[in-house]
Design a protein around this ligand. Structure first.
Ligand code: ASP
Length: 535
């Protein structure tokens, strides 16, 4: 019996995961505790906590739904009772207007405390991740007593999916090092590398700018947010963004710093791609310059390492269907679907613009510059694209991208080993496009703001630089957006509204990021005149 091709296996796994997750979402996504449960004082250390958190005795009540979670935690510290009312999810204006002073008190029938409470603290967070950061002890109680069956199973399957991502991360650093060294040493002349670098960077800049223009056009045509039905001031949930406060120049300068790792071994252990690439390049170029027996030894060693890493990567990739199934299940079982209605036009704008870029612009470049059949090339890249979609991480997908480009699309290793690791870090068409749409959406929502053409150009240029600065990990684009919002004076709190739908948009833009890197390989290979099998 012939085995189903890998891309079909992944696609089927993805559909099964999404269908299973949706079924769970609908049938077991809503759970309300009938009465508060008592918990004793003690220490909790759920999976993922590096140290235990202590809780005083009290009661816990929650209503968990995919689109929002409400919790009431009453803690008895021996002297007095403190009540926490927690809301996790995007908040709509109508809900906030009902209760101008105390936002949460009328939003649900909170169980009444058995004894009078000394104080009530209200916590509003857009996502459970943010809530966990803000109050790890209460989140640990939620994990123990409050999760719906859908979230419970989704979280467990995510652990399995994360094992797959760990394996990909495990192979990615040695794969980059051996692959890049083989590629450069194989070039024979350092000056040929300079040419390839120029072509690669030109491709990155051109396609990112095209993506940004597509985003700008789409957002000006569809005008999401102009009905002002959901003002960001009322979203209530400010996001704690790690990059807040950093200016664009700081972020870019940090990228330059990252290219000079003071301790290359540390760059390797930290998985810091730019540092690894820069050092490996420098090392391999010097090996070429030294020449003779030295370069032969390095070549032999790098080729042997590369062959072993390829073998290992291929073995890990066989597990992709399981990883993708688990990650898709998690994504669909735990996400609120009603949010799609509320932010529908915004999501549609991002989706349409991504589609135009991925299905029209890049294929045209592939056809006319790289002289490749876009459909066949996409088929060859499908394992990487599907994994990018489910993992939302260009870095984690890199081993699949490398193997698909070389083994399935037949691009020369010299080109792919250079273009792809660099692309995974700095070339993010999908992210750049998304930044533009999201920032203009926020501008449309903000009363009294009407961005001029000049300001839109500032948004476009900052989006380009922010996409270069964004890491190839989930939600990096959202974090970098603060820089653009600050550049045009928009409220950063507005991100509270869009964070709820960021996961799904992240999946889509990561897929486009990886697709653009892959197309870049074909383009540079063609311009370099190196052999690229017509796929
Ligand atoms: N998740 C994206 C990537 O890995 C980056 C982003 O958040 O836009 O390519």
């Amino acid at each position: 019996m012939t085995r189903l091709a890998l891309h079909w296996q992944i696609l089927i796994a993805m559909i099964l995961g999404a269908a299973g997750g949706l079924a769970m979402n609908f049938s077991a996504g809503d759970q309300q505790l009938e009465a508060p449960v008592s918990f004793p004082s003690g220490e909790l250390q759920p999976y993922g906590y590096s140290s235990p958190v202590s809780v005083s005795k009290g009661t816990f009540w929650s209503h968990d739904r995919p689109e929002r979670v409400m919790m009431q935690i009453i803690v008895d510290d021996g002297n007095q009772l403190t009540e926490k009312r927690v809301f996790v999810g995007p908040m709509e204006r109508s809900e906030m207007e009902k209760t101008p002073g105390s936002q949460l008190s009328e939003m649900t029938n909170w169980p009444s405390p058995k004894q009078p409470v000394a104080q009530t603290i209200e916590i509003v967070k857009p996502t459970l991740g943010e809530f966990k950061k803000a109050d790890p002890a209460s989140y640990a109680l939620f994990l123990r007593y409050g999760r719906s069956p859908a979230r419970h199973i989704g979280d467990r399957l995510k652990l399995v999916g994360d094992l797959f991502l760990r394996m990909l991360k495990m192979v990615s650093v040695p794969l980059i090092i051996f692959s890049l060294t083989t590629g450069v040493v194989g070039l024979g002349h350092a000056d040929r590398l300079g040419k390839m670098f120029g072509r690669t960077v030109s491709y990155y800049l051109c396609t990112s700018l095209l993506a940004i223009v597509t985003g700008l056009l789409m957002v000006n045509i569809l005008q999401p947010g102009l009905d002002r039905s959901a003002s960001p001031e009322t979203s209530g949930a400010a996001v704690e963004v790690a990059e807040k406060g950093k200016s664009l120049s700081t972020v870019l300068f940090e990228q330059v710093e990252n290219m000079i790792p003071p301790n290359p071994a540390k760059a390797v252990t930290d998985g810091q791609f730019l540092g690894i690439i820069a050092f490996t390049l420098a090392f391999a170029i010097c090996a070429v310059l030294v020449g003779g027996k030295t370069v032969d030894t390095i070549r032999m060693f790098a080729e042997a390492g590369f062959a072993v890493m390829m073998k290992l990567t291929m073995a890990v990739i066989k597990l992709a269907p399981i990883g993708v199934l688990c990650l898709m299940f998690f994504a669909t079982a735990t996400q609120g679907l009603s949010i799609f209605g509320h932010l529908g036009l915004y999501m549609l704008t991002v989706a349409c613009a991504l589609l135009v870029h991925a299905a029209i612009t890049l294929p045209l470049i592939l056809r006319f510059v790289a002289r490749q059949n876009p459909w066949n090339y996409a088929k060859a890249m499908s394992p990487a694209l599907l994994t990018a979609f489910s993992s939302a991480s260009s870095n984690a997908t890199l081993p699949l991208t490398l193997t698909s480009v070389e083994r399935r699309a037949g691009v020369n290793n010299r080109v792919s080993s250079f273009v792809l690791p660099l692309g995974a870090t700095v070339n993010m068409d999908g992210t750049a496009l998304y930044e533009v749409v999201a920032v203009l959406f926020i501008a449309n929502l903000t009363p009294g703001v009407d961005l001029s053409i000049m300001q839109q150009i500032i948004v476009a240029m900052t989006a380009l630089l922010a996409s270069i600065g964004a890491a190839g990990i989930p939600h990096a684009g959202l974090v970098m957006m603060v820089i653009i919002l600050q550049a045009v004076g928009l409220p950063t709190e507005a991100q509270g509204l869009i964070i709820a739908v960021d996961r799904i948009l992240d999946m889509a833009r990561t897929c486009v990021n990886v697709w653009s890197d892959s197309c870049g390989c074909a383009v540079v290979a063609r311009l370099e005149g190196s052999s690229t099998a017509e796929t």
